[in-house]
Design a protein around this ligand. Sequence first.
Ligand SMILES: Nc1ncnc2c1ncn2[C@@H]1O[C@H](COP(=O)(O)OP(=O)(O)OP(=O)(O)O)[C@@H](O)[C@H]1O
Length: 260
Amino acid sequence: MTLATHDVRWGAGGRMIVDGITLSAPPGRILGLIGPNGSGKSSLLRLLCRLRGVASGVVTLDGRDIAALPRRELARRLAFVEQQATTDVQLTVCDVVRLGRTPHRAAFASWTEADEHAVEAALERVGLAERHDQPWHTLSGGERQRVHIARALAQDPRELILDEPTNHLDIQHQLSILGLIRRLGLTCIVALHDLNLASLFCDRIGVLHAGRLVASGSPENVLTPELIRQVFGVEVHIRDGVGGRRHIEYVVDVEPGERP
Ligand SMILES: Nc1ncnc2c1ncn2[C@@H]1O[C@H](COP(=O)(O)OP(=O)(O)OP(=O)(O)O)[C@@H](O)[C@H]1O
């Protein structure tokens, strides 16, 4: 296992927010984290990439405690796309993506062709190559999200952590970004709200509820009507969907012809 947590805890404001979580990301696969608002998904992701230190337990990368890894080494391995990442408004699209190259460049080293290629390829992959010189502050919310994903790709990581990467994206871009992430073959941990996208794109799913991991396994085994009722308080029917993946249908009380 590349990235793993072992009985990790973190609290704030006198409350336990990540409460004894043990999980591991299967190499080259996508681990989805689902759970209601406030269940601790973002907090756990921040612990996984050492933006926060654990109160107890340990996060490991290839079996080594990430707290002991040099910052640069960690940044070369692991990229994080935050939910609401802010960026200096003076920058252009390519300036933002270039930031992803920082861990690979020696201090005062000049910009290389390999750096430029990584930036161009990353922009191409998220479909924004033609926006290269557009000022950051003029981008739409979905375009900003895609640029942040390009920045993470330019970092050339082996582990990619994404917090709600489909936020702000229209359905075409939700599907294309998750499809791209799948094709990359990186070890990914991704927080998602949409259970059908989690079912379609994730190899494994971990379910958080009030800071605890209440289920984990394949989407087929985890996404059951009982679990969804218990964790999200919603009734669902589960049907066979695309490629043998499960499709979740929400049971809502709407009469035919009535507007919800
Ligand atoms: N620094 C902090 N101080 C106090 N409470 C915090 C802090 N950070 C997070 N929390 C609380 O911890 C809980 C979990 O937050 P977190 O953002 O991890 O949840 P989440 O599962 O990602 O939620 P969402 O789906 O709404 O994005 C929330 O109730 C939040 O208010």
